[in-house]
Ligand binder design. Structure first.
Ligand code: IPM
Ligand code: MG
Length: 403
C-alpha cells in the first residue's frame, strides 16, 4: 500500500469506529426511560466540586447559600453535602484524564452536583491537552439538557434556553483526526433520539409554564445533514404541541444573535432550543444582556443525575491578579436556585431567584465590580441572604417589577 492508501484506511477505520460507537449509544438512549424521583429518596446527596480558579471561592459562597436555604432538611439528615476534591486541573492533569476514575465514582454516588468552573486546557498552555471536565461529565452522566434561563423583569425579558448538551460539535470534539500534515477533520453528531429528548423537554417546559412559543435555532440551510435533522425533529414534535397553543418558529443562529440585541423584538422570544455549540455561544450573549456572564446559571439535566454550574469559565486571571475574592458568585448561586427547583424546593428556588434580582438589578446596596472598588463575593452573599429574608424589600421589588 502506498502512503495515501495507508492514510485513507486509517481515516476510514477511525470513522467506522465512531459510527459504531454512536449506533450503540443510540441503543442505550432508546432503553433509557426512567427518571430519578427525588421525592422517593430518604436523603438527597449534593456533591460539591469546587473546580479551578475562581471556582474554589464562588463554590463556597454557593454552598453557604444552599446550606442556608436547606438548613431544616440538612439538620434532619434529609440532605447531605459531600465535597468532591479531585476535579482540579492539577489532579486531572496528573491522571491525564478529563475526570479521573475515582472522582467519577464519587460524582456518580451523589444525586446532584454543584460544580465550580474548571479549567479547560487547550493546545499550547501549560496543561496536557485533555478533554474539558464539563464536556466529559455531561457525556458520562448523560446530562443531555443544558437549561439556561435569562430574566430581566423590568424589560419584560424571560428567556429559557434549552441547549442540547451531549451531541453536536461537542460529542466527538476531542476525537477528530489529523489525516496528514495538511488535513484535519472534526465530526458533528445529531441523533434522532438526542434531538427529540431536548426538543421535547423545551416544548414540555413551554406547555407547563404558560409559554406560547418555542424558537428552534440552527444553521440548517448550510449544515444540512445534522442541523437538518434537528430541524426536522423539531417540526415533527411541534406538530404534537400545536393543539396546546404553542407556536414554533425556526431561526438561523447568525440572525438570532442579532435579534437578541434588538430591544424592540427580543422580549417576544420565550423558549429556545438549539444544538450544543450554538447554545454555548448564544447563552453567553444572552447572559451578557442580563448583566454579564457572571450573572447566569446553568442546569445540566439527565435522567439519573443533574449538575449545576456557572455558565462562565474559571477566570484564572482574576486569581493571578489577586482579584478572586471580588469574583461574582451570582452565576453559581443562580445555579443553586436551579438545583433547589430540580430537587423539588420550588418556592425556595423562587425566593432565591428573586433575591438575586433584587440585589443585582433593583436595590443594589452592595455592588460587585470584580475589582477592589466593589464588594467581595462574601459580602455580596451576606447581602443576598439578608434579602431572601426581607419581606418588605420583596414587596417593593414585586411592585417595581410589576409581578
Ligand atoms: C459552557 C462552557 C463550556 C462549554 C466549556 C468550559 C467547555 O463554555 O458551559 O458554556 O463550552 O460548554
Ligand atoms: Mg460557554
Amino acid at each position: 500500500m502506498n502512503n495515501r492508501d495507508v492514510m485513507l484506511n486509517k481515516a476510514k477505520e477511525h470513522f467506522g469506529k465512531l459510527v459504531e460507537e454512536q449506533l450503540s449509544r443510540i441503543e442505550r438512549m432508546k432503553e433509557d426511560k426512567e427518571w430519578v424521583d427525588y421525592k422517593s429518596l430518604k436523603k438527597i446527596i449534593i456533591g460539591v466540586c469546587w473546580g479551578d480558579g475562581i471556582g474554589k471561592i464562588i463554590s463556597k459562597h454557593s454552598e453557604r447559600v444552599l446550606k442556608f436555604m436547606l438548613r431544616e432538611e440538612f439538620a434532619q439528615g434529609k440532605i447531605e453535602f459531600r465535597t468532591i476534591e479531585g476535579l482540579t486541573i492539577e489532579n486531572r492533569a496528573k491522571h491525564k484524564k478529563a475526570i479521573p476514575e475515582d472522582v467519577l465514582k464519587e460524582v456518580k454516588a451523589c444525586h446532584v452536583i454543584l460544580k465550580g468552573p474548571t479549567t479547560t486546557p487547550q493546545e499550547g498552555d501549560k496543561w496536557p491537552n485533555i478533554e474539558s471536565a464539563n464536556v466529559a461529565m455531561r457525556r458520562e452522566l448523560d446530562l443531555f439538557a443544558n437549561v439556561r434561563p435569562v430574566k430581566i423583569s423590568k424589560e419584560g425579558i424571560d428567556w429559557c434556553f434549552f441547549r442540547e448538551n451531549t451531541e453536536g460539535a461537542y460529542l466527538l470534539g476531542s476525537r477528530g483526526i489529523d489525516v496528514n500534515e495538511d488535513l484535519s477533520v472534526d465530526f458533528k453528531v445529531i441523533t434522532e433520539q438526542g434531538a427529540e429528548r431536548i426538543i421535547r423537554m423545551a416544548f414540555d417546559f413551554a406547555k407547563n409554564n404558560g409559554k406560547k412559543r418555542v424558537t428552534v435555532v440552527t444553521k440548517s440551510n448550510v449544515i444540512k445533514t445534522t442541523d437538518g435533522r434537528f430541524s426536522r425533529v423539531a417540526k415533527r414534535i411541534a406538530a404534537e404541541y400545536k393543539s396546546c397553543g404553542i407556536e414554533c418558529d425556526e431561526w438561523y443562529i447568525d440572525i438570532m444573535t442579532a435579534k437578541l440585541l434588538d430591544p424592540a423584538r427580543r422580549r417576544d422570544f420565550e423558549v429556545f432550543v438549539l444544538p450544543n455549540l450554538y447554545g454555548d455561544i448564544i447563552t453567553d450573549e444572552a447572559a451578557q444582556i442580563q448583566g454579564g456572564v457572571g450573572t447566569a446559571g446553568s442546569a445540566n439535566i439527565g435522567r439519573k443525575w443533574a449538575m449545576f454550574e456557572a455558565i462562565h469559565g474559571s477566570a484564572p486571571r482574576m486569581v493571578t491578579e489577586g482579584r478572586d475574592i471580588y469574583a461574582d458568585p451570582s452565576s453559581m448561586i443562580r445555579a443553586s436556585a436551579m438545583l433547589l427547583r430540580h430537587i423539588g424546593f420550588i418556592e425556595r428556588a423562587e425566593q432565591l431567584d428573586m433575591a438575586l434580582e433584587i440585589c443585582s438589578q433593583f436595590e443594589k446596596r452592595i455592588v460587585i465590580t470584580g475589582r477592589d472598588n466593589g464588594a467581595t463575593g462574601e459580602e455580596f452573599t451576606t447581602y443576598l441572604l439578608e434579602c431572601v429574608q426581607d419581606p418588605v424589600l420583596v414587596k417593593k421589588w414585586k411592585k417595581f417589577a410589576g409581578i
